[in-house]
Ligand binder design. Sequence first.
Ligand code: S3P
Length: 211
Amino acid sequence: MQDAPLPLSEKAQQHVDALKTHPALTRLVFTGFMGCGKSTLGRKLASVLGFRFVDTDNAIEHFHHKKIARIFQEDGEATFRQYESDCLAHCLNQDQTVIATGGGALVRQDNLDLALDNAIVIYIEVDENDLLDRVMFSPKERPLINVKDPDAVVKRLYAERTPFYEQAQVHVQTGGLKPQDALEAVIESLYNYVTYFLPSVSKNVSSAEPV
Ligand code: S3P
């Protein structure tokens, strides 16, 4: 059973109210390394915005009736990557949707470009050592690190993937934050991005007010 969402701080709630009515906010895509919290934060953000939530890994498993680990094992990584690209393209056609992608989805430049063109992409940044601790809890579900020397794989992937993740429009550092505080950090960064970088946004300030 899902926990009931905790109430947001007044400031975060005001930001959410402004974001909900903003025309540029149709789709949000979470990216970042495996274990960074994309799915948890994506689900929470979708809930406060009243948007649909899709986790691409779950959607692929559901659609193909197979766990990700089995797809890797029986069909190979290339097949999984194709499923992932197809799933992402499909999700990017839906409105009012928050999409949590697998850690490898946006490290293909074509997928990343598609997401940047059709959504606001949010990168959840977590320190490499924190990630190692987190992903070690579930190596079976993550075939890429279900290997003899997972530390070396994490290190290599972290270095290879960071330049892709860093192309996201919104970056949020969540290391050391509790889930609710991480959600508020995402809301604040998203609000700041929309307010200051998207020209059509009103800053939630009455036009009659002197600037
Ligand atoms: C992968 C990350 C996983 C999953 C698959 C491959 C990756 O998702 O898509 O195991 O290449 O980083 P999470 O990032 O949700 O763990």
